[in-house]
Write a protein that binds this ligand. Structure first.
Ligand code: MEV
Length: 449
């Protein structure tokens, strides 16, 4: 099989689709139909999406759901969530509703510093280099003045920088570590531009100085890049209430519920296998809001998982404590988010999500996202330690199965009612559906209008 092509990116959109469907699909017309069905009817709107990335052929839809009733520091907001996994939005809504009547969520931004590095190799005297960089701090800042002007006007900019000696980990390896305040933007372009200027200034200053030997002047810049790990850009969210208020719908006593819930968190704190799934559930809530608001969920994921490993062992991002009969459950995570820049003002649905959140600042969005993660984890653990997770999950999954079978509205209602008090396993749902249509097996399924 050889499906390589030269100059694909230079083809027109039509040319790309033509090559793709004829080379890759048994039924090119069917493939073309799917591609074209998901184009936006309004060409101007489609063009916005076409231009986000390269070689766009169509749009990949994700549902945008809403989880209302999230009380955060006294304000009640509706959470926009873009996610494909059934039951995430339902779980978020349930947790929001539960805490709405128990004081809501408290959230605070602890720090907002982002970090980037000039990574370089230097074969020379480290204290001399350190002193030299210290003595030339003004020049480094001066050389970035035009890049930082707008950010400084908004109250941000370069916060600090220092030489970091990494030679114990890798021969001749040093960094200039730079701290940034990027206000309402995630700041990736801003940070990387500053870092590239730092590298130029470093090279120029060292080369032009009498203090360095020719070997030292041969310092090599390896790369300049922000770090997606932001342990100094931290938000904390919390819920708490007297234990006896945790009595709703668990089927067990509040004391037993709290004891099992706390154990579940402790297990995630000590056991990486469980911590991974526990944190995955948290990311269900976090990613959904991060995507809906046009932020970089890969960066957020990477940062949160590094943070979860900061002790040297991967662990839970949430924690639980019971003191004086008060249940307290909290999350503390690094979140680097923006509400300006990127696609925030380009993607119509992102704009809608941000307006739904009442045009938050980056700090307000950090709080909402952390709360969404905590709520999701609360809902998951609550189900896990009581009814088990499958009951709720499979209920939502039922609809997916029925949609796959192209069931009619009436058929969906009948099958849903049938499974109201049963776990809807895939094969059972298919069997019930077949019975309803009076057919023997799924292969006989015929479309009903
Ligand atoms: C499923 O997407 C997420 C859960 O597995 C999370 C958890 O186990 O805590 C339910």
């Amino acid at each position: 099989m050889n499906k390589s092509i030269k100059g694909f990116s230079k083809l027109s959109k039509e040319g790309k689709i033509e090559w793709l469907v004829t080379e890759h699909f048994e039924n090119p017309n069917e493939a073309r139909e799917v591609i074209e069905t998901y184009w936006h009817a309004d060409k101007k709107r489609q063009k916005i999406h076409d231009d986000f990335i390269e070689n766009t052929i169509t749009n990949f839809y994700l549902p945008l759901g809403v989880a209302p009733n999230f009380m955060i520091n006294g304000d009640v907001i509706s959470m926009p969530m873009a996610i494909e996994e059934s039951s995430v939005v339902a779980a978020a809504s349930k947790a929001a509703q539960f805490w709405l009547h128990r004081g809501g969520f408290k959230a605070e931004v602890i720090s907002t510093k982002k970090i980037g590095h000039v990574h370089f190799m230097y074969e020379g005297n480290a204290p001399k280099l350190r002193k030299f960089i210290e003595a030339n701090k003004k020049q480094f800042l001066e050389d970035t003045r035009s890049i930082t002007a707008n950010m400084r006007a908004r109250g941000g900019g370069i916060v600090d920088f220092a030489l970091v000696d990494k030679t114990l980990e890798l021969d001749n390896y040093y960094q200039i570590e730079v701290g940034f305040e990027t206000c309402d933007s995630m700041g990736a372009n801003f940070i990387n531009s500053c870092l590239e200027q730092f590298a130029k200034t470093l090279k120029n200053l060292v080369e032009g100085s009498e203090e360095f030997t020719s070997e030292e002047k041969d310092l090599q810049i390896v790369m300049c890049i922000l770090s997606n790990y932001t342990p100094e850009c931290i938000v904390r969210a919390e819920v708490s209430c007297p234990i006896d208020q945790l009595d709703e719908g668990t089927g067990i006593s509040p004391a037993e519920f709290v004891s099992k819930f706390k154990r579940a968190v402790q297990i995630a704190e000590v056991e990486p296998y469980r911590a991974t799934t526990h944190n995955k559930g948290i990311m269900n809530g976090i990613d959904a809001v991060v995507i809906a608001t046009g932020n970089d969920f890969r960066a957020v994921e990477a940062s949160c998982h590094t943070y979860a490993s900061r002790s040297g062992k991967y662990s839970s991002l949430t924690h639980c404590e019971v003191e004086n009969d008060i249940f307290k459950f909290w999350i503390e995570i690094p979140l680097s988010l923006g509400v300006v820049g990127g696609i925030t003002s380009l993607h119509p649905v992102v704009k809608l999500s941000l307006e739904m959140l009442d045009h938050p600042t980056a700090e307000q969005l950090m709080k909402a996202v952390a709360v969404s993660g905590l709520a999701q984890n609360f809902a998951a653990l609550r189900a896990l330690v009581t009814t088990g997770i499958q009951k709720g999950h499979m209920k939502m999954h039922l609809l997916n199965i029925l949609n796959q079978l192209e069931a009619t509205k009436e058929e969906i209602e009948i099958v849903k009612n049938f499974f109201q008090d049963k776990v809807p396993h895939h094969s059972d749902v298919v069997q019930k559906f077949c019975e309803l249509r009076g057919i023997k097996s799924p292969s006989e399924i015929v479309k009903k209008k």
